[in-house]
Design a binder for this molecule. Structure first.
Ligand code: SF4
Length: 713
C-alpha cells in the first residue's frame, strides 16, 4: 500500500467529497505536512480520474483552520475533562427525561466505523432512537423507494454499466458538477460508443446537457407524471417484458392503472410536465427501443415532497421492462456524500438498525443478542426535520452533532439556529475551527480530518474503499470512533465498546452482517461476513470491493436482480401504484416564483474545506441567483446587481445571474454559503421545511419565494 520514495510515501486512499468515491494516490511528505494527490489508476470507481475538488485536496490540509484542542464553554480543556462533562450531562438528561431526550446527528462524512459505534451507543446502550444524519437530506427517498420495490435497500447497478449502456437517462442530476468523474466516464463512454444516447431530465439546462442528445426541462416536481407516462406508453406499445413481470413482480395491474389514470399519453404528460409533446415522445420511443437502458437519478428526484413516489415511478419502468441487473441496465441512485451508503449499512438513519436490519421483532432480537444488550431501543427515532423541531420544542435537551453543519444546511435554517442556541447542552465534533453549528456548541471536540482519518467508506455502487491516514493527527484531534468509544466508556459501557483500532470495529460490523444471516435471505445482499476475522494487516491492505462479500462471493457482486430474487416475502418485486401530485407549497401572488437549489462545481457543502483551496473559489466566488431575462425585467433586476430573495421562512441576498438556462418562473441558488463566508447568502434560511411523508426527506428543490432588487438602507 505504501512505498518509500526519498522523503515521501505513496499511500492509496479515497476522496473526501462526493459519492462517486474516487480512489486517490497521495504522495505524502509527513515531515513537512505536504500532500499531493492524483487519481488512482487502479481504483474501479475512477480509473485515475479526479475532478477539480478532489485534485485540490492537498491544498486544504493546513492547520490554521483546524480545531486542535477540546473546548468546554469557550475554554481549552483536556479530553478527559471534556468527555467526562459530556457523559455527565447526557446521563443527567437521560436520568430525568429518558433516552429520547438526547440525540446524535451525524453525517455522510463519517466513516462506516464511526457511524457503527455512534449507532450502537445510541440505539443499543443509551436506548434511544434519536440518531439521524445529514444523509436524510440527500438520499433517504432512494432508500424508501428501494425498500418498497425490492424489499431491501439494494442498489441493482454499477458504474461499469456506463460503458455497457446504449441509453443513459440522468434524472434530477447535474452530474457534470455534482458527480464529475461519473460524468467524465459517461462522456468517454459516449465517445467510444456512437450508439449511446444521453437524456437529461432537469428543469435547468445544466452543464450536464453538454453531452445530452435530449434535454427534458421537466417542471419541478412533475417527474412522477413523466415516468407514469412512460409506463403507460410502454404498455400501450406492447413493449413490456411480460415474462419478467409474471415471474418476478407483483402489483403490475394497479401500477398500470395508476399510471394510465395519471398520464395516459404523450399529451397528458406534456401538459403536466410543461414539455413539448415531441420531446416527450422522443424520450419514450428511445426508452422503448433500447434494451440497455441505465437510469441515474439524484437530488432532483430525492429532495421532494413526493421523492419516494418519484423513485418508485422510475423503478416501475425498469421492473416492467425487465431492465434490471443485466450489463448496461438498471436504476442507479447517485449518493451525494462519500459515505452516505456506509451510513445506510450500519443504521445511521433513525428508522433502521445496524446491518440493514429493521425495527421488526426478529431483527430487534438478533441485534440485541449480538450486542448482548437489554437496552436496545424498540422503535424508530425522529428524522432530521422532526429531530431539530424536538430540539426547538425542548423535548431534546442534549444533542451531539458530528461532522456536519445543520444550522447552515437544514431547511428553515434560522429555526434550527434558534433550536441549537436555546438547547441546554450542545456538543459538536468537527475538524474545523469555525462553522455555524460548531460556533454555538458548549463543548467542541476536535475530530480527525480527511488526511488523518482511517477506515472505510462505501460509494453509490456499494463499493467499500479504504480511507487511509496520510498524516499524523492534527494537534489533539482524535478519530470520531475513538471519541464516541470514550464517551461510551464514561457512560458505563466499557465492556461493550472494547475497540482499540478501526479494524476491531469493522470486524464486528462484518460479524453482525453475517450473524444468523443464513436464516434470513432478506439480509443476504448486505452480508460482508468474509471480513469477520479480518486482521489489522488485511484491513490495512483492503482493496475496493462491492458488497456482499461472503465465502460464496469473495470478490463482491456487481449487479442484482437480473433473474429476480427480491427480498419481499414472496421474493417478487413490487410495482408501486403512484400518482403525481404537486409540491406541497405552491407559488401564489405573494410568493410568485419557485426557488430551486443545488451545488456548484468547485465547492463542497458548507465550504469549510473547499474554500481553503483558493483556486476553487475562482469559479463561483459568491452566492448568486439564476433568473431568466423575462423575470429579471419583470422584477427590475440587473445582471451583476444584488437581489433579495424572500420566502415565508427567511431571506437571503445573492448576485443576479441572468440566464436562459432555466424556465421562466424558476430561480436557482447554490447551497454552499454560510455565515462564515456570506452572512446574507445562506440558502437554508429560505427553504421550506416540507418533507416527503414516507422518506421524511425535505423538499429542498421547491420553495415559493419573491425577489426584488436589494437597496442598501
Ligand atoms: Fe472526489 Fe467526487 Fe470529484 Fe471523485 S468526483 S474526485 S469522489 S469530488
Amino acid at each position: 500500500i505504501a512505498k518509500e520514495e526519498s522523503n515521501t510515501q505513496t499511500i492509496k486512499t479515497t476522496c473526501a467529497y462526493c459519492g462517486v468515491g474516487c480512489g486517490i494516490e497521495a504522495e505524502v511528505d509527513v515531515e513537512n505536512r505536504v500532500v499531493s494527490v492524483k487519481g488512482d489508476p487502479e481504483h474501479p470507481s475512477n480509473y485515475g480520474r479526479l475532478c477539480s475538488k478532489g485534485s485540490a485536496l492537498g491544498e486544504t490540509l493546513g492547520l490554521s483552520s483546524r480545531l486542535l484542542q477540546p473546548q468546554v464553554y469557550g475554554r481549552p480543556a483536556s479530553w478527559d475533562d471534556a468527555l467526562s462533562l459530556v457523559a455527565e450531562k447526557f446521563q443527567a438528561v437521560i436520568d430525568e427525561y429518558g433516552p429520547e431526550a438526547v440525540a446524535f446527528y451525524g453525517s455522510g462524512q463519517l466513516l462506516t466505523e464511526d457511524y457503527y459505534v455512534a449507532n450502537k451507543l445510541m440505539k443499543g446502550f443509551i436506548g434511544g432512537s434519536n440518531i439521524d444524519t445529514n444523509s436524510r437530506l440527500c438520499m433517504s427517498s432512494s432508500v424508501a423507494g428501494h425498500k418498497r420495490a425490492f424489499g431491501t435497500d439494494t442498489v441493482p447497478a454499477c458504474y461499469d454499466d456506463f460503458t455497457e449502456a446504449d441509453l443513459i437517462v440522468l434524472v434530477g442530476s447535474n452530474t457534470a458538477w455534482c458527480h464529475p468523474v461519473s460524468f467524465q466516464r459517461i462522456r468517454a463512454a459516449k465517445e467510444a460508443n456512437p450508439n449511446l444516447k444521453v437524456v437529461v431530465v432537469d428543469p435547468r439546462k445544466t452543464n450536464t446537457c453538454d453531452i445530452a442528445d435530449l434535454h427534458i426541462p421537466v417542471k419541478i416536481g412533475s417527474d412522477v407524471a413523466l415516468f407514469n407516462g412512460l409506463l403507460s406508453y410502454l404498455y400501450q406499445e406492447d413493449a413490456l417484458d411480460q415474462a419478467y413481470i409474471q415471474a418476478h413482480t407483483e402489483g403490475f395491474e394497479d401500477a398500470i392503472q395508476a399510471a394510465q389514470t395519471d398520464a395516459f399519453n404523450v399529451y397528458t404528460v406534456a401538459e403536466k410536465c410543461d414539455l413539448a409533446p415531441h420531446v416527450v415522445e422522443t424520450f419514450f420511443r428511445w426508452f422503448k427501443e433500447t434494451d440497455k437502458t441505465l437510469t441515474l437519478y439524484s437530488q432532483g428526484v430525492n429532495q421532494s415532497s413526493s421523492g419516494t413516489d418519484k423513485v418508485n415511478s422510475i423503478l416501475n419502468c425498469h421492473l416492467a421492462t425487465g431492465r434490471m441487473g443485466k450489463p448496461g441496465t438498471g436504476p442507479l441512485s447517485l449518493t451525494g456524500q462519500p459515505n452516505a451508503m456506509g451510513g445506510r449499512e450500519v443504521g445511521g438513519l433513525a428508522n433502521t438498525l445496524a446491518a440493514h436490519m429493521e425495527f421488526n421483532p426478529d431483527d430487534l432480537d438478533r441485534v440485541a443478542r449480538f450486542w448482548n444488550t437489554e437496552s436496545l431501543t424498540q422503535a424508530p427515532g425522529l428524522p432530521a426535520v422532526d429531530l431539530f423541531d424536538a430540539v426547538a420544542d425542548g423535548k431534546i435537551k442534549a444533542i451531539w452533532v458530528m461532522a456536519t453543519n445543520p444550522v447552515a444546511s437544514m431547511p428553515n435554517a434560522d429555526k434550527v439556529r434558534g433550536a441549537i442556541e436555546n438547547c441546554d447542552f450542545v456538543v459538536v465534533s468537527d475538524c474545523v475551527a469555525h462553522a455555524d453549528t460548531l460556533d454555538l456548541a458548549h463543548v467542541k471536540l476536535p475530530a480527525a480530518g480527511w488526511s488523518e482519518k482511517d477506515g472505510t467508506v462505501t460509494n453509490s455502487e456499494r463499493r467499500i474503499s479504504r480511507q487511509r491516514a496520510l498524516l499524523p493527527l492534527a494537534g489533539d484531534s482524535k478519530p470520531d470512533w475513538w471519541i464516541i468509544t470514550q464517551l461510551a466508556h464514561r457512560m458505563g459501557f466499557k465492556d461493550s465498546f472494547p475497540y482499540e483500532t478501526n479494524a476491531d470495529i469493522f470486524r464486528e460490523h462484518a460479524q453482525l452482517s453475517g450473524f444468523e444471516n443464513s436464516e434470513n435471505e432478506r439480509l443476504r445482499d448486505f452480508n460482508i461476513s468474509k471480513f469477520s476475522d479480518i486482521s489489522q494487516a488485511e484491513y490495512d491492505a483492503l482493496m475496493p470491493v462491492q458488497w456482499p462479500v461472503t465465502q460464496d462471493t469473495p470478490n463482491g457482486v456487481d449487479r442484482f436482480f437480473a433473474n429476480g430474487g427480491f427480498y419481499t416475502p414472496n421474493r417478487k418485486a413490487k410495482l408501486v401504484a403512484v400518482e403525481s401530485r404537486k409540491p406541497e407549497n405552491l407559488p401564489n401572488k405573494d410568493w410568485p416564483l419557485v426557488l430551486n437549489s443545488g451545488r456548484v462545481r468547485d465547492q463542497w457543502h458548507s465550504m469549510t474545506r473547499t474554500a481553503l483551496a483558493s483556486r476553487l473559489n475562482q469559479h463561483k466566488p459568491e452566492p448568486f441567483v439564476e433568473i431568466t431575462p423575462a423575470d429579471a425585467e419583470k422584477y427590475r433586476l440587473q445582471n451583476g446587481h444584488l437581489a433579495i430573495i424572500k420566502s415565508q421562512w427567511g431571506e437571503m441576498l445573492a448576485r443576479v445571474e441572468v440566464t436562459d438556462r432555466l424556465p421562466q418562473g424558476d430561480l436557482f441558488v447554490p447551497m454552499h454559503w454560510t455565515s462564515q463566508f456570506s452572512n446574507h447568502g445562506r440558502m437554508g434560511v429560505v427553504v421550506n421545511p416540507v418533507v416527503d411523508p414516507i422518506s421524511f426527506q425535505p423538499e429542498s428543490k421547491h420553495t415559493p419565494v419573491s425577489i426584488a432588487p436589494f437597496e442598501a438602507a
